[in-house]
Design a protein around this ligand. Structure first.
Ligand code: MRU
Length: 350
C-alpha cells in the first residue's frame, strides 16, 4: 500500500458531519453544481437517501448512522437501552429508505449495538460509533484497493459501472479504489466508464470524480460493453456491490449482470470489490435479495426533457444479481476470494 498516494487520488467527501448537522453532497446535481444539502433530522436523512442525494451502499450506511445521531437530539433517556427503544422508530424509518444495499441495515445494527452496551454516556457512544463506521470504511477501501489492484496485470484496461468511488463511500472507493490503486501503480492504462442509465452514475459521477484525480476516463454507452470486450479493449471489469450473499451471488447496479455474462463470453475477467459490510451471510442466494424498483419516470427523459414516446409503460429495476459462477474474484479488506462459491464464502466469512 506504500506506493499509493491516497490523498492524491481521493479528494471528494460526500458526507460531512459538522457537529450540528449532516451535510450531504447533492449527487442529483453533479457534475454541474457542487452543493451540500444540510440535514437536521433523521427524517431528512431518510428522505435524502431515498432521493439519491446521497447514494452508494457504504455511503448510505454512513449517512444513516449520522441520522441516528440527529434523531437522538430529540430523545431523553437515562441509558443506552432506554435510548435504543426510543430511537427505534427513527432507525426503522432510515432502514426503509432503500431496500437492496445491506450496508444500510448493517450500519444501523452497529449503531443499535453501541447503544445497548452504553450507559449514561450513550450520546457520546452513538457519535463515536458513527465516526468509527466512516473511518472503518475508508480504511477498508484503501486496503481492498491495494489487494484488488494486485490482481491486475500491468498494461491492462478496465471497464467499470455505476459510481463506486469517494462519492459512494467514506472515501477512495471500492471498485474505483481498486482502479485508482491500479492507475497509481501504473498497472492500468485506460479506464472505461459505462454511462449507467437511467440515473447516469457513470457519466455524471464516475467521470467527474476521476477527472478530479487527473485520471481521464473514456465514457462508453452501456450498450457498447460487449463490443468493447470483443475488440480486446478491456482485460478486467471491476464493479462494486450492494449485497454479497452467502453463496457469492452479488447484487449491484442494473446492467452489472449483462457485463458479467459478456465478460465470461469474451474471456475478460470480472472483479467485485466491496467492504465486508456488504457481505450478507444471512441471505443464502441472489434469489432472496429485494431488488429496488424506482419511479418509471426515470426512464422517460433526461435532465427534465422527455425523450420517450408519450403514454407508455416502463419498468425500472435499479439493481440486478450476478450469479457467483460469473465472478472471478470478490475482493474485500479481508482478502481475495477467487471463484467464489458457498464453501469459499463460508471459509472467509462464516
Ligand atoms: O443506486 P445507487 O447509485 O446507490 O447504486 C450504487 C451501486 O450500485 C454501487 O455499485 C454500489 O453501491 C457499490 S458503491 C461502493
Amino acid at each position: 500500500m506504500d506506493d499509493i498516494d491516497f490523498d492524491r487520488y481521493d479528494r471528494i467527501r460526500p458526507i460531512r458531519w459538522t457537529g450540528e448537522a449532516l451535510e450531504l453532497l447533492d449527487q442529483r446535481r453533479l457534475p454541474f453544481e457542487v452543493d451540500y444539502v444540510r440535514c437536521l433530522t433523521s427524517s431528512e436523512v431518510a428522505a435524502a437517501i431515498h432521493a439519491l442525494t446521497v447514494r452508494g451502499a457504504p455511503a448510505i450506511g454512513i449517512a444513516a448512522a449520522w441520522g441516528v445521531v440527529l434523531a437522538s437530539r430529540a430523545v431523553e433517556a437515562l441509558d443506552g437501552g432506554e435510548a435504543a427503544v426510543k430511537l427505534q422508530p427513527a432507525i426503522e424509518e432510515l432502514n426503509a429508505a432503500r431496500p437492496t444495499a445491506v450496508n444500510l441495515g448493517w450500519a444501523l445494527a452497529r449503531m443499535r449495538a453501541a447503544l445497548l452496551t452504553a450507559g449514561q454516556d450513550w450520546r457520546a457512544a452513538l457519535e463515536a460509533q458513527a465516526h468509527a463506521i466512516a473511518a472503518d470504511d475508508l480504511a477498508a477501501n484503501r486496503r481492498m484497493g491495494a489487494l484488488g489492484a494486485a490482481l491486475i496485470e500491468p498494461g491492462s484496461n478496465v471497464l467499470t459501472h455505476c459510481n463506486t468511488g469517494s462519492l459512494a463511500t467514506a472515501g477512495f472507493g471500492t471498485a474505483l479504489g481498486v482502479i485508482r490503486a491500479g492507475v497509481a501503480q501504473g498497472r492500468i492504462g485506460q479506464v472505461y466508464a459505462g454511462e449507467t442509465r437511467p440515473w447516469l452514475q457513470g457519466a455524471r459521477l464516475t467521470a467527474w470524480e476521476l477527472q478530479q484525480d487527473g485520471i481521464a476516463p473514456t465514457l462508453v454507452a452501456d450498450a457498447a460493453a460487449a463490443h468493447l470486450m470483443r475488440t480486446g479493449r478491456v482485460q478486467w471489469v471491476v464493479v462494486g456491490a450492494d449485497r454479497i450473499c452467502a453463496n457469492g451471488d452479488t447484487a449491484n447496479k442494473i446492467g452489472t449482470y449483462q457485463l458479467a455474462i459478456s465478460a465470461r463470453h469474451h474471456g475478460v475477467r470480472f472483479m467485485v470489490a466491496a467492504p465486508s459490510s456488504t457481505v450478507d451471510m444471512a441471505t443464502p442466494s441472489g434469489d432472496a435479495i429485494d431488488i429496488e424498483e424506482r419511479d418509471p419516470g426515470e426512464l422517460f427523459g433526461l435532465g427534465g426533457v422527455r425523450t420517450a414516446a408519450a403514454d407508455i409503460r416502463a419498468w425500472n429495476p435499479v439493481f440486478d444479481v450476478t450469479p457467483h459462477g460469473l465472478i472471478d474474484a470478490i475482493v474485500t479488506e479481508r482478502g481475495v476470494i477467487e471463484r467464489p462459491d458457498e464453501e469459499a464464502m463460508r471459509v472467509a466469512f462464516g
